[in-house]
Design a protein around this ligand. Sequence first.
Ligand code: 13P
Ligand code: SF4
Length: 306
Amino acid sequence: MSIQEDILRLKREKNAVVLAHYYVDGAVQDAADFVGDSYYLSAAARETDKPVIIFCGVRFMAESAKIMNPEKTVVLPDELSDCPMARMTEAAEIAEVRAARSDLSVVCYINSTAEIKALSDVCVTSSNALKIIPRLPSKNIFFIPDQNLAKYAAAHIPEKNFIFGSGYCHVHTGITPEDVSAAKTAQPDALVLAHPECTEGTLALADYIGSTSGIINFAEKSEALSFIICTEAGVLRELKRSCPGKRFFFVGRRQFCPNMKSITLEKLRDSLDTLSPRINMEEALRLRALRPLEAMHALAKRADSL
Ligand code: 13P
Ligand code: SF4
């Protein structure tokens, strides 16, 4: 029996749903029931009726699934798969900024630990930050942890006063403006599609800025035939699938998230077999972290219905 057949059999036996982010290995995406960006996967985790969720992504994603589904078994196939940015905010920083301003919303990029979510007012992802932040009642926004997504959001929401976190994603900040300029010289007809975790200098060269799903949708609908992709290389599987005949170029050797890529087919099969490693969380922490996640889903839904 092949590993793919084993996975299919185990999914049925365990009544499990497999969720995978666009950055995980293509073979793992092929084995998943749902593949998408952070927001889509968070909504899929919230809505599934399966008792077991196998999350092929990084820890904060699986943690968010557990926060919203305390009664379910949530499994992260590699327990070391973690997003370094999720740990780039200190609780003391939040307390300090809160103490200095009463009219403040703490906006937490979903790439954060449960402990940091628990101290925040609302979560956002790169696909809904621009919809959610204008709807917040406070003038002051402390956006944690990603300074690049924060600056991108601030440029689009001038009515708010942003205080920036100091975190960043090493994969996206590794995509330099010099690399992008060189790629544009080599492929002058290609449009540049960038994720807002890239630096301001790289975003200034982009024809389109958006989440992983946004990038894929843009490439699909665009009349252009070639694109320079400024995000993690795992999106190539879906780009090729949804845009037959179009060409995609990457700009350097660093568009690779080692944590996402640590989820392999073998680990997926083993995690289905043993239902481990599991995400467990203290109930008081879970309840505090649930508030900003539910606020995100409610505000994103309201924005979409208008
Ligand atoms: P999105 O899938 O929301 O675009 O986020 C990218 C990312 O870095 C997830 O870790
Ligand atoms: Fe974290 Fe960056 Fe990897 Fe996304 S690509 S999981 S932000 S390190």
